[in-house]
Design a protein around this ligand. Sequence first.
Ligand code: SF4
Length: 179
Amino acid sequence: MIDLLDRLARVAGNDRNALGLNPVQWEALRFFARANRFSRNPSGLRQYLGVTKGTVSQTIIALENKGLLKKVPDPRDRRGVEVRLTAAGKKLLVDDPLNRWRADLSALPAAERRSLEGALEGLLKAALNNRERQPFGFCRDCVHFSKHHEAGEPHFCALLEAPLSNDDSQLICREQTPA
Ligand code: SF4
């Protein structure tokens, strides 16, 4: 099984240098597209990828220089920044090399796909847990997520005491604790 995963990772690796971005730059672009406002910052990316501060800062600078990311002041932290995709960054993601994998996966029977997804999710969770790393799961699946909460519009985060939109609920978060 692990040999299969290793081979799959190698095949995926062959697809990972595309359209002028290296693999870490692609991962960063995907992360900033999927992360919520509490997580789309340099330290969120560092936690997510498990890489050094230097790698994160070089990666963000390279993507800014390519016009794919921009930094804006973080409204919740005077010294912090939020990192967002530019229109060009969003456009490039449409040609994400991982789309080839999405197409291969969608060719599998639905039941097989669901069972594969469940197994891989479980394996990833265990691997991250054993390494004391954050899962970065979906907001909607978090223990702190309060659906249609009276104090939120329309949802609410009980941990960060912040309202959450429907779009927020579909994003990943560094503080997520599986329900
Ligand atoms: S509900 Fe959980 S995942 Fe969502 S913002 Fe709050 S801590 Fe993050």
